[in-house]
Design a protein around this ligand. Structure first.
Ligand code: PGA
Length: 255
């Protein structure tokens, strides 16, 4: 596909960190990992994230997968989270985000693309069922993660136990501040279903992506401190199967 163009490879607290000169090189590399996984294991289970960070990633994946010889036909995808109380087809739901940015543009069988159902009458039960679904499929082969301004992964907010399974969460003030822009004033849901930190940690490979200046402070906290429940992404530190992919801006305080 292309030659790897990271400007720096670091090892911080036993964690591999790749820093790229620009987001486009980063996303090409992140997509290459996905295509490699699909070619090696066509029925792979892929863990997907949402957020502004991943829009250019999905654009690249959907435009390149065919020419890279990869197919989603036999694959399954599992998204990390969904807001409680939103219908699947509501404008702000992650179901809609995924359909618009990825699922409608790739050859995945819609029966195999899983997103927690935030419109369920019983969100706790939905969370338990979702956890079971992931484990029945044999766990996640490759998990993509973004990072919230408060260090959340999925919607695992500060103080979530590192052993947590898929559960219903009350969103933090920081997350409500970060994501309110997508909703009308006062309309942002207060609850969500998220895959747990413990579930995420069982993934065979984890790629964490952060871009932009606004992530520089939290990236530094995650990669230079000790694992600490107040920063959920710090649960990833020291694992050999985790790679952080950062652009120069989000890595500004650690390079
Ligand atoms: P963002 O969200 O990509 O919109 O910054 C990341 C996250 O909150 O996980």
């Amino acid at each position: 596909m292309h030659k790897t163009k990271y400007v720096k490879e670091l090892n911080l607290q036993g964690t591999k960190v790749l820093v790229y000169g620009n987001p486009s090189d980063l996303f090409k590399d992140a997509a290459k990992e996905l295509f490699k996984t699909l070619k090696r294991k066509p029925a792979a289970n892929i863990g997907l994230a949402t957020g502004a960070t991943f829009i250019p990633f999905y654009k690249l994946v959907s435009s390149r997968y065919k020419s890279e010889g990869a197919s989603f036909r036999k694959a399954s995808t599992f998204n990390l989270d969904e807001y409680v109380g939103l219908e699947k087809d509501s404008k702000e739901s992650y179901h809609t985000y995924m359909r618009t940015n990825l699922f409608s543009k790739i050859d995945i069988n819609s029966r195999n693309s899983h997103v927690p159902d935030g419109s369920s009458k019983d969100p706790e039960m939905e969370a338990t069922d979702y956890e079971r679904k992931i484990s029945r499929h044999g766990g996640i082969d490759i998990q993509y993660l973004g990072i919230g301004m408060n260090g959340h992964i999925g919607f695992n907010e500060p103080k979530t136990p590192f052993s947590s399974k898929t559960h219903v969460v009350t969103l933090s003030r920081a997350t409500i501040r970060q994501n309110s822009r997508y909703f009308g004033k006062g309309k942002m849901p207060r609850l969500a279903i998220t895959v747990g930190i413990g579930t995420i940690l069982k993934s065979r490979k984890i790629i964490v992506i952060a871009t932009g200046n606004s992530k520089a402070r939290i990236v530094k906290k995650i990669l230079t401190g000790r694992p600490n429940k107040l920063i959920p992404a710090s649960a990833l530190i020291g694992s050999r199967n985790v790679t952080f992919m950062l652009d120069k801006n989000s890595a500004a305080l650690i390079i």
